[in-house]
Design a protein around this ligand. Structure first.
Ligand code: ATP
Length: 244
């Protein structure tokens, strides 16, 4: 059996004197789909920062624990090395390059790649997944709508050829119809065999897409299980789905 796309074991993270994550463990199987739910400040973004290696740029430190992708340790590695291991983050707030064109943004996602044919194939795949990006390839990215910018951010991440995609709140601030489109795309990406770790405050969406989910509360995993099981748990329904 192939090793999981991601394993996090007993991960603890501090921002100065503040402990943001306590002994968090989770797993995303090869090609699997896991979601992390939790309210504001629960530690979801911190978890992704630790995995993608950008935590030090936000003043955070991994104090303890193990992070591994497909059997290779990621802890302490530089973000570009982590991308090189096939682990690519789509940051919260998208962080596209507004003054560059859509096409330039996509190419920026493949900066580390040497195989030009693979880059061209990745670009074709992204433009097939997001036809709107093909139509607007020469336009400045800052002119795209919020939903289109989210598509561009996902497309840029796909250009790096990920084995595991880390998605931070892709539904944030989007209209329902756009959320449906992004959700369908995320499902299609996972259908192509790319593992996904999805961080979402929109618990209904996350539980619909993922097969396994973790609930973070004040930096620790409070609940975990198959998504359908969590979706029917009274605690999750009451606290995260707004139904009881
Ligand atoms: P949100 O959905 O609001 O982004 P979150 O679940 O992603 O919440 P985090 O952003 O990971 O939560 O925050 C976890 C805890 O760490 C919070 O108490 C937050 O105030 C703190 N924190 C986050 N980033 C920093 C930082 N750069 N410096 C200091 N503390 C931080």
């Amino acid at each position: 059996m192939s090793p999981p796309a991601l394993t996090v074991n007993d991960l603890s993270v501090d921002y100065g004197p503040v402990r943001a994550l306590r002994e968090v463990s989770l797993r995303v199987p090869e090609g699997g789909f896991a979601a992390v739910l939790g309210g504001n400040g629960a530690g979801k973004t911190t978890l992704l920062r630790a995995v993608s290696g950008v935590l030090p740029f936000h003043g955070g430190t991994v104090r303890a624990g193990r992070i591994a992708a497909a059997g290779t340790s990621l802890r302490g590695r530089r973000p570009d090395r982590i991308v090189g291991q096939g682990v690519v983050q789509v940051p919260e707030g998208r962080e596209i390059f507004a003054r560059m064109t859509v096409g330039e943004n996509l190419r920026a996602g493949a900066l580390g790649a040497r195989d030009r044919r693979a880059v061209a194939a990745a670009r074709d795949r992204v433009l097939r997944l997001f036809p709107v990006l093909a139509e607007r390839e020469r336009q400045r990215a800052g002119l795209l709508s919020g939903g289109e910018q989210q598509m561009l951010a996902i497309g840029r991440a796909l250009m790096a050829g990920p084995r595991l995609l880390l998605l931070d709140e892709p539904s944030l601030g989007l209209a329902p119809i756009m959320i449906d489109r992004i959700a369908a795309t995320i499902r299609a990406i996972n259908g192509e065999g790319i593992a996904v770790l999805l961080i979402e405050q929109n618990a209904a969406l996350a539980l619909e897409l993922a097969s396994h989910a973790y609930v973070l509360e004040v930096g620790a995993v409070a609940l975990e299980g198959p998504a359908p099981e969590l979706a029917s748990s009274p605690e999750v329904r009451d606290r995260y789905l707004g139904v009881s």
